[in-house]
Design a protein around this ligand. Structure first.
Ligand code: UDP
Ligand code: MN
Length: 265
């Protein structure tokens, strides 16, 4: 089966994120390449190419002006404020929808999409034999989180037909996707297959649900909300070991044997 990992990069911040992701993948799977979908060419792409990534230029989705207006950063933050964490200023919600472009990559029978703010710390090749649409729960605070998926890691089967259908379902009059592609994918695939949360361990699990933070079983660490390369954010102290882990991966250092639950001073 032809298969690849895919991520999305629309600015230099996420290009740095994708570089750490690419280096993390190389440690655990040298057989499958990472395709980086980019919306611009004037980005820091050379380091990604040097890591063996395949850069694929994509256009923004051909959505209506009204749709684009409803999903600007300003409108999204006003209509559906984030209460649990902060989104960096470089995060543009409209860009999230470009993830759907991966359905056009028909040269691959399966793709595993991974957000550019995630790193893979253990083998995840098994995911290529999982069906569309598989994703892990949006688990980071309470059991109620299990009802929702997180679109930072998912398994898809590219098909231009699916892509065209998605566009029709996406850009409906007055529809507002409060958590952008994530809310859309949940609605488009209502019977989504659940992956174990260890395939997309959200960083807040570390301090909110420490019983679930068992380092030996975690495969993907996903830095949802605050990013590990931000020099200043409100959760720096709480997330310090995870931030150090991300920098070690970026710099090609060794991974820790253990990443024990955090003891707050
Ligand atoms: N993304 C991007 N530029 C943006 C917003 C998002 O390239 O302005 C891509 C990037 O791959 C990112 C993903 O879309 O990891 C989803 O956004 P993010 O990870 O910031 O959302 P969160 O995981 O915090 O909900
Ligand atoms: Mn993310």
């Amino acid at each position: 089966m032809t298969a690849a990992y895919v991520t999305l990069v629309t600015n230099d911040d996420y290009a740095l994120g994708a570089l750490a992701l690419a280096r993390s993948l190389k440690r655990v799977d040298s057989d499958h390449s990472l395709c980086v979908m980019v919306t611009r060419e004037d980005l820091a792409l050379a380091p990604l190419e040097a890591e063996g990534c395949k850069v694929i230029r994509v256009e923004r989705l051909p959505c209506s002006k009204a749709f684009n207006k409803r999903h600007t950063r300003e409108r999204q933050h006003a209509a559906a404020p984030f209460t649990k964490g902060t989104k960096p200023a470089f995060h543009d919600p409209l860009d999230n929808f470009c993830k759907l472009r991966l359905w056009e990559l028909e040269t691959y029978e399966r793709v595993v999409f991974i957000d550019a703010d995630a790193i893979v710390v253990r083998d995840i090749r098994k995911l290529f034999s999982y069906p569309e649409f598989s994703a892990a729960p949006n688990l980071y605070e309470t059991l109620a989180d299990m009802h929702r998926l997180n679109s930072g890691v998912f398994v898809a089967r590219p098909s231009k037909r699916t892509f065209e259908n998605m566009l029709l379902a996406l850009d409906q009059p007055n529809v507002f996707w409060r958590r952008t592609d994530q809310t859309f994918l949940e609605s488009y695939f209502p019977d989504w297959h659940g992956l174990p949360y260890t395939y997309n361990a959200l960083q807040y699990i570390y301090f909110n649900l420490p019983d679930l933070w068992r380092w030996s079983s975690i495969r993907v660490v996903h830095y949802q909300y605050e990013k590990p390369w931000e020099t200043n954010h409100p959760k720096l102290a709480q997330l310090r070991p995870l931030i150090d882990l991300w920098h070690a991966v970026l710099e090609g250092g060794d991974l820790p044997e253990e990443l024990p639950p955090l003891v707050m001073q």
